[in-house]
Design a protein around this ligand. Structure first.
Ligand SMILES: Cc1ncc(C[n+]2csc(CCOP(=O)(O)OP(=O)(O)O)c2C)c(N)n1
Ligand SMILES: [Mg+2]
Length: 354
C-alpha cells in the first residue's frame, strides 16, 4: 500500500507545481488527487479511524491500561504527509502517535498488542501507547514529555545531513508544545546548520483543557521560526489534498539544502485529550460543527461518490476490509501472551564491554 501511494504521489507532483505557496492563500487547494490517490487517502485515513475507535472501545472495557490519546479527527495530517515523503524519511511525534505509526506501515497487530501490554507489541508490551518505535519503518517514537521529541527530531536531521543520506526528519508537535523553550533552541541549531527537518505543528486548538487563545500570545504558529529565518505556512489540516500539496513543497525545501521549514496544520481532535478527559472546556456544538463541516474522511468520501470513482458499495467494501484487519489486530492483542518476567530488566540500559 505504501509503495503504490508513494508512486502515485510522485506522479501527481507535476500537477501541483503551478500552485505557489503564500501564507495567506489558504483556500487555494482544489482536488489535486488522481482517483487512485483519493481511494488510497480514503482507505488509509479510515484505517486510522477504525483502529482508534476500536482502541477507545477496548480502553473502555479495561483491556488497555495507562494513557491512551486518540487521534480521531486529525487523520488528514499524517496521511497527507505520508503521501509526500520519500522512502527513508523519518517521523517522530508525541504521545498522540497511533496514526503516525499506521501511516508509516507499522503492523496494526503490533500497535494494538502494545496497547494491551502483550509480548507481540512493538515494545514487547513494556511501552504502551506512548512508547513505540520501529527503526525499520523509520518511526522514532512516541514521546510522553511535551516537546521532548523536537530536539530529538532535530538530531535525526543532523544525522541525515552528516551521513548525506538525503532523508528528511518530519518532527511533529502540538500547539501547546509550541510554547516550550526547547523548540526554539532546536530552531536555532536547525537553521544555523541548514538541517533537513520539517517541523509539523498539529494545531488542534487545545492543549489538554487549555485553548490556544488562552495560552499563546501569538497564535500564528507557522511564523514562530521567523526570528531564526525559518519559513512557515498555515495549512488546512482537515483537507488531505492541501496537506499533501504543502508537504511536498516543504519537503523539497528541506531536502534541497535550504534547511528547516514549519507547517502549521489547522486541525481538530474529536475526542478528549486522553481517555480520562471529560472535555468540559468546549461545547458539544463546537465538536459537532467540525465533524459535520470539516471531517477529513467525509470530504474524500463525498468526492469519490460525486465523481463516480466509487459507489456506496465499493466504499462499504473498503470499510469491511479495514474492520476485518482491525478485528484481527484486536483479537491478537487479547490472545497474545503477557511479557515474560525475564524481560523485566531488558531494553533499559545498553551493556557496554568494559
Ligand atoms: C513537559 C511536560 N509538561 C506537561 C505535560 C502534561 N501534558 C501532557 S499533554 C499536554 C498538552 C499538550 O498539548 P499539545 O502540545 O497541544 O498536544 P495535543 O495533546 O493537543 O496533541 C500536557 C500539558 C507533559 N507531558 N510534559
Ligand atoms: Mg493541541
Amino acid at each position: 500500500m505504501a509503495t503504490s501511494r508513494k508512486a502515485s504521489a510522485t506522479k501527481s507532483r507535476s500537477s501541483t507545481k503551478s500552485k505557489v505557496a503564500t501564507k495567506k492563500s489558504k483556500a487555494r487547494t482544489t482536488n489535486i488527487f488522481t482517483p487512485e490517490q483519493d481511494i488510497d487517502a480514503y482507505r488509509e485515513m479510515l484505517m486510522i479511524r477504525r483502529f482508534e475507535e476500536k482502541a477507545g472501545q477496548m480502553y473502555g472495557m479495561g483491556l488497555i491500561g495507562g494513557f491512551c490519546h486518540l487521534y480521531i479527527g486529525q487523520e488528514a495530517v499524517v496521511i497527507g504527509i505520508s503521501m509526500a515523503i520519500n522512502e527513508g524519511d523519518q517521523f517522530i511525534t508525541s504521545y498522540r502517535d497511533h496514526g503516525h505509526m499506521l501511516a508509516l506501515g507499522m503492523d496494526p497487530k503490533g500497535v494494538m498488542a502494545e496497547l494491551t501490554g502483550r509480548r507481540g507489541g512493538y515494545s514487547k508490551g513494556k511501552g504502551g501507547s506512548m512508547h513505540m518505535f520501529s527503526r525499520e519503518k523509520n518511526f522514532y517514537g512516541g514521546h510522553g514529555i511535551v516537546a521532548a521529541q523536537v530536539p530529538i527530531g532535530t538530531g535525526l536531521a543532523f544525522s541525515n545531513k552528516y551521513l548525506g543520506n538525503g532523508a528528511v526528519s518530519v518532527t511533529f508537535y502540538g500547539d501547546g508544545a509550541s510554547n516550550q523553550g526547547q523548540i526554539y533552541e532546536s530552531f536555532n541549531m536547525a537553521k544555523l546548520w541548514s538541517l533537513p527537518v520539517l517541523y509539523v505543528v498539529e494545531n488542534n486548538q487545545y492543549a489538554m483543557g487549555t485553548s490556544i487563545a488562552r495560552a499563546s500570545s501569538n497564535m500564528d504558529l507557522s511564523q514562530r521560526g521567523a526570528s531564526f529565518g525559518i519559513p512557515g505556512e498555515k495549512v488546512d489540516g482537515m483537507n488531505v489534498c492541501a496537506v499533501k500539496e504543502a508537504s511536498a513543497r516543504a519537503l523539497e525545501h528541506c531536502r534541497s539544502g535550504k534547511g528547516p521549514f514549519i507547517l502549521e496544520m489547522m486541525t481538530y481532535r474529536y475526542r478528549g485529550h486522553s481517555m480520562s478527559d471529560p472535555a468540559k472546556y468546549r461545547s458539544k456544538e463546537e465538536v459537532q460543527k467540525m465533524r459535520a463541516e470539516h471531517d477529513p474522511i467525509e470530504q474524500v468520501r463525498a468526492r469519490l461518490l460525486s465523481s463516480k470513482t466509487s459507489s456506496e458499495a465499493d466504499l462499504k467494501d473498503i470499510d469491511k476490509n479495514i474492520r476485518a484487519i482491525v478485528a484481527e489486530a484486536a483479537e491478537f492483542a487479547q490472545s497474545d501472551a503477557q511479557p515474560d518476567p525475564s524481560e523485566l530488566y531488558t531494553d533499559i540500559l545498553i551493556e557496554l564491554d568494559a
